[in-house]
Design a protein around this ligand. Structure first.
Ligand code: NAI
Length: 313
């Protein structure tokens, strides 16, 4: 028969693990042999209040099934305390799932600094502080796997969620940079944009859709990414949910190349707009365009490359 992916002897830290996706991760990794740190602040989905019940219930469930877990109730913006719990209880940290999150939905017109700041505190500062605290341990042991949680709201925008969208796309840049810095130390960092039924989505999706979107369905892809058998997949973005697992990547059009001198005017850009938007010869970049090469090429252009009549300058 097929072998199980196992995590024996490893410590997996799951933030926001008192419910939803975080609970599903915790139960799974514990069932596959991992020591799990079940972190949850225990507040409302809007980030109000706190309590120990949510994390405790998950720890109890893991223990009742013979697994190993400890609870932590700190706010993710206090990442050191969460990683400390892992080190004190289990002596190491191998996997960090930055999963805790809240929503403060409001139209941009009515957005208050408080709604903006709290979203950034939990999602951006939280992911940073937890990863920052885990990093020295992962570097030292030359092993680490981190998942940051983005959202389709961040990738594509979403009405009433400008704070959440901005914080969620931040996970992409954060992951891409940590992937580069972590490579040498066998620390792999990926980003997921999940879609699943939880208290966070129950107000925005109809019940029949929600029942098909179990948080458990997010777990397998995450397990594959954070397992030691993954040695190459890093700095990537995955959209996952409802049985679908897909990769998202950047696409750059071949673009409009004009001579880089004073003949480059708004009018010459308008004249070549089709080329800016032409994805027929697109590439899928892992980094910025080669500016030196482009500059050299652009110097060879004698006149406006489109050859069209320009009516604006
Ligand atoms: P959820 O509300 O069930 O779980 C989030 C957990 O994080 C809660 O248990 C909450 O108490 C905890 N939490 C909130 N603030 C915290 C803090 N400061 N410190 C520690 N714990 C804190 O929601 P769900 O759906 O499981 O969300 C998990 C992650 O997935 C979030 O980052 C969310 O933004 C993201 N996500 C979820 C989607 C979905 O379709 N469910 C869609 C896109 C992203």
């Amino acid at each position: 028969g097929a072998q199980e992916l196992r995590f024996d002897g490893q410590t997996v830290v799951v933030t926001g693990a008192g419910g939803g996706l975080g609970k599903a991760y915790s139960l799974f990794f514990a069932s596959r042999g991992a020591n799990v740190v079940v972190n949850d602040l225990g507040g409302s989905f809007k980030g109000e209040g706190s309590g120990s019940k949510a994390a405790d219930a998950v720890v109890e469930e893991i223990k009742s099934k013979g697994g190993k877990a400890v609870a932590n109730y700190d706010d993710v913006s206090n990442g050191e305390a969460i990683i400390d719990t892992a080190i004190k209880a289990f002596g190491r940290v191998d996997v960090l799932l930055n999963n805790a999150g809240i929503l403060r939905d409001v139209s941009f017109k009515n957005m208050k600094d408080q709604d903006w700041d709290l979203i950034f505190k939990v999602h951006v500062k939280g992911a940073y502080k937890c990863a920052r605290a885990a990093w020295p341990h992962m570097r030292q042991q030359k092993y680490g796997r981190i998942i940051n949680t983005a959202s389709v709201a961040g990738l594509f925008g979403s009405f009433g969620q400008c704070n959440y969208s901005a914080a969620k796309l931040a996970q992409v840049g954060f992951s891409e940079t940590l992937a580069k810095e972590g490579m040498k130390y066998n620390i792999l960092v990926n980003c997921i944009a999940p879609i699943a039924a939880s208290r966070m989505t129950e107000t925005v999706m109809p019940p029949e859709v929600l029942s098909a979107l179990k948080p458990d369905r997010i777990v397998p892809l995450v397990a594959v990414l954070v397992h030691s058998s993954n040695t190459t997949e890093t700095g990537s973005i995955f959209e996952v949910g409802a049985g679908h697992q897909a990769k998202i990547r950047w696409e750059r059009s071949k673009g409009l190349l004009l001579k880089a001198d004073s003949s480059l005017t708004p009018g010459s850009v308008i004249a070549g707009w089709d080329k800016v938007n032409d994805f027929s010869e697109a590439e899928y970049p892992q980094g910025p365009a080669n500016f030196l090469e482009l500059l050299e090429e652009s110097q060879k252009i004698s006149k406006n490359s489109t050859g069209e009549k320009i009516s604006f300058k």
